[in-house]
Design a binder for this molecule. Structure first.
Ligand SMILES: [Zn+2]
Length: 336
């Protein structure tokens, strides 16, 4: 029996490297946590909340994203949110994941840093033990806040540094260039953390340039607007700086009008280490395989493209050489 490229995409093992755990909160879980914590929500029902997910741009999404996160108060809430994501990831044959979390969204509401990190970290350990999914956490700074706030967040998180492997930069991109965070990223590199940043989603290619030159990021999250600058594309390809691309997010936030216009095929053809990811799956219409399958179908990607995307996800991950070899072998077995 022959499999189509889309069926292959769904079946093979892959890594997810661009998932905001707060963006995996489904309306049902938001309501369940609100009830458990005795909170009332500004939406009368699960359906009304889901109906409110009609965004037109990054900011209109972020407004509702922060409202949803307000139900997270206790360690068990963070654990349950991450565990729900791991079950979905496992179902999509995700075998490794590097998860973003936004501590400032929680500490600003009075939730202790320890609660956030320990709740998420215990879910990561459980995923390894019970699902065989390896997982790591990446702490993201909210770029609409100040660099001083990012420094304070880093300080508060350092007692728990064994629980996260890197730092990133997310939230409202335009008007908040990567260079705003040069000093705190320099400090994070000194401390031995991996560094990544969102750039070139809504912001211009110059932001991608700043991320790799000023922040010295090892990956670019999104990066789709790199295609507007051929010299930048050539450099990203030459240096094998991966892009964690999120097709359904780009569609939902109107970065592209139609998935058939998505730049994924052009990124691959340019030799870039592009990967498929879900970004904020509860809000953007799908988890890993929904992103992968719909992209393959919309762009008529080949079997080789599919395998390249999965290989890229392992190449771009921050796993040990041993774990990377294991992951690549899993892929080779699945393809054979
Ligand atoms: Zn993102």
């Amino acid at each position: 029996m022959t499999t189509t490229p889309a069926q292959l995409a769904a079946a093979i093992p892959k890594a997810e490297l661009h998932i905001h755990i707060e963006g995996s909160l489904e309306p049902e879980l938001i309501f369940a946590l609100a009830q458990r914590n005795g909170l009332s929500l500004p939406y009368p029902s699960v359906e009304a909340l889901r109906d409110a997910y009609a965004f037109t741009n990054l900011q209109s999404f972020l407004d509702i994203y922060y409202a949803g996160a307000s139900v997270l108060l206790h360690e068990a809430d963070f654990h349950d949110m991450a565990w729900a994501y791991f079950l979905r990831a496992k179902a999509d044959n995700v075998v490794h994941t590097e998860i973003f979390f936004d501590p400032q969204t929680h500490t600003a509401r009075g939730v202790p840093m320890a609660t956030v990190i320990q709740g998420l970290s215990s879910a990561c350990e459980r995923a390894r033990a019970e699902l065989g999914v390896s997982a790591a956490l990446i702490l993201c700074f909210l770029r609409h806040l100040s660099e001083d706030d990012a420094f304070a967040t880093l300080e508060a998180a350092l007692p728990y540094r064994q629980h996260f492997i890197g730092v990133g930069l997310d939230s409202s991109e335009v008007g908040h260039p990567p260079s705003k965070f040069s000093r705190v990223f320099a400090r994070c590199r000194e401390l031995g953390f991996h560094v990544v940043a969102h750039a070139g989603e809504e912001g211009p290619p110059a932001y991608i340039r700043e991320a790799i030159d000023d922040l010295k990021t090892e990956r670019i999250d999104h990066g789709v607007r790199s295609l507007e600058d051929p010299a930048l594309v050539a450099e990203l390809a030459r240096r094998r700086i991966p892009l964690t691309v999120c097709p359904l997010s780009n569609l939902k936030l109107c970065v592209v009008d139609d998935l058939r216009q998505h730049p994924m095929k052009r990124l691959l053809d340019a030799g870039l280490c592009a990967t498929v990811n879900s970004d904020d799956p509860a809000y953007f219409g799908g988890y890993m395989n929904a992103n992968f399958v719909q992209t393959v179908e919309a762009l008529d990607l080949s079997r080789d493209d599919v395998i390249t995307l999965a290989r890229n996800s392992f190449e771009a991950s921050f796993v040990s050489a041993t774990r990377r070899a294991e992951l690549m072998a899993l892929l080779d077995d699945a393809v054979a």
